[in-house]
Design a protein around this ligand. Structure first.
Ligand code: NAD
Ligand code: TYD
Length: 362
């Protein structure tokens, strides 16, 4: 690996934080926040640039002195150790993962490899690099999907038992357990947060919201799994990034925090809202795109409902989300409509083939 010239100036920084998965959806928002808010921190973005990683997400900050990108795979233990050593990493915020439930159903092993083995590699590197140091933090960014599926009542709290039901959530649950095990067994300073579904700019268009916006624009079918009555609890990605910043700085070591916005919507309700907004903004007649709604075969093991009780984070750290879902979704629609080049670049790649083979016209 080439030693970057910037490396020699690194000791001018108060912290050197390794953010993994920083070229992805949430990671890029977090990297932007940390780089802009903390000029005294060096932010090292480690990302493999899988189909979901995109350096276009970070063009606005890539020139900054306190930012550095490394293309690497968290599954490569030797490389991860070398990076810890070379860059004197003193904190980790770990987001790199395979993140799409449908893909986990087609290829569970890839999720085991990246989400579990990759996380354990990072834990080992941190444990070995941080001997006799007690200021360092290993923060794992996780999901509410580890708690399983709710019926029409109740919410996930930090005390809810883990009950993962998809290969994706099983891999995230496993990595959460490893993170806690490294705290208990080796005394590593860990933090975990479990967040609900995020929405916002730069989300890969295989996830419901950007997929539906893009398909409405191009008058393509809007695939609704099952009856469309599954419920997700939506949080703006910037609210998530701000919560991570707060927990990273103020959360107690060894603790878990749930993050969520109290914004439950049935999928079909959300899709109809997107139709209304996109049709209006494109000057189409109201309801024009309703005919694009296409009910397709349900996802196997489709979790019925997620809902987060974020009162621990609100009460202990004083966090509240800034966005309400209506404004946040409208802003998100505006972003996708005015950044069609970003989305066109993605959907013209091999992602489309994958998508065609798996989910359309069943
Ligand atoms: P994403 O798929 O958009 O981005 C994942 C990033 O990780 C990509 O940039 C990809 O290139 C990188 N990556 C994948 N495998 C890697 C590897 N082996 N080595 C290095 N980099 C690798 O995902 P996202 O939606 O931004 O999610 C980020 C994290 O947040 C994940 O850990 C996910 O489980 C968690 N999370 C996501 C949501 C959500 O709604 N999207 C909610 C809660 C938690
Ligand atoms: P998704 O964005 O994949 O997130 P997650 O599975 O992690 O919650 O899906 C959100 C919801 O939308 C989920 O209930 C599955 C559903 N869905 C569809 O109905 N159609 C689609 O094309 C997609 C991608 C998801």
């Amino acid at each position: 690996m080439e030693i970057p010239t910037k490396y020699f100036e690194m000791n001018q920084f108060k912290k050197t934080i390794l953010i993994t998965g920083g070229a992805g959806f949430i990671g890029s928002h977090l990297v932007r926040l940390m780089v802009n808010k903390y000029p005294s921190y060096k932010i090292i973005n480690l990302d493999k640039l899988t189909y979901a990683g995109n350096l276009d997400n970070l063009r606005d900050i890539e020139h900054k002195e306190n930012y550095h990108f490394i293309k690497a795979d968290i599954c490569d233990a030797q490389e991860v150790n070398r990076i810890f050593d070379l860059y004197a990493i003193d904190n980790v915020i770990h987001l790199a993962a395979e993140s799409h439930v449908d893909r986990s159903i087609s290829n569970p092993l890839e999720f085991l490899q990246t989400n579990v083995i990759g996380t354990v590699n990072l834990l080992n590197a941190a444990k070995n690099a941080w001997v006799n140091q007690n200021e360092n933090i290993f923060y794992h960014v996780s999901t509410d999907e580890v708690y399983g599926s709710l019926g029409s009542e109740g919410m996930f709290t930090e005390k809810t038992s883990y009950d993962p039901r998809s290969p994706y959530s099983a891999s995230k649950a496993s990595s959460d357990h490893f993170v806690r095990a490294y705290h208990e067994t080796y005394g590593l300073n860990v933090k975990i947060s479990n967040c609900s579904n995020n929405y916002g700019s730069h989300q890969f268009p295989e996830k419901l919201i950007p997929l539906v916006i893009n398909n409405i624009v191009h008058k393509k079918p809007l695939p609704i799994y099952g009856k469309g009555d599954n419920v997700r609890d939506w949080l703006h990605v910037v609210d998530h990034a701000e919560a991570i910043d707060l927990i990273f700085h103020k959360g107690k070591i060894g603790e878990t925090f749930n993050i969520g916005g109290h914004n439950e919507r049935q999928n079909i309700e959300l899709v109809k809202l997107l139709i209304q907004l996109v049709d209006k903004k494109l000057g189409r007649e109201e309801g024009d795109s309703l005919s694009l709604i296409t009910y397709v075969k349900d996802r196997s093991g489709h979790d019925q409902r997620y809902a987060i009780d974020a009162s621990k984070l609100e009460n202990i750290l004083g966090w509240t989300p800034r966005y309400n879902v209506e404004d946040g979704i409208e802003e998100t629609v505006d972003w996708y409509l005015s950044n069609n080049e970003w989305i066109d670049n993605i959907v013209s790649g091999d992602y489309l083939n994958y998508y065609k083979n798996q989910y359309v016209n069943r």
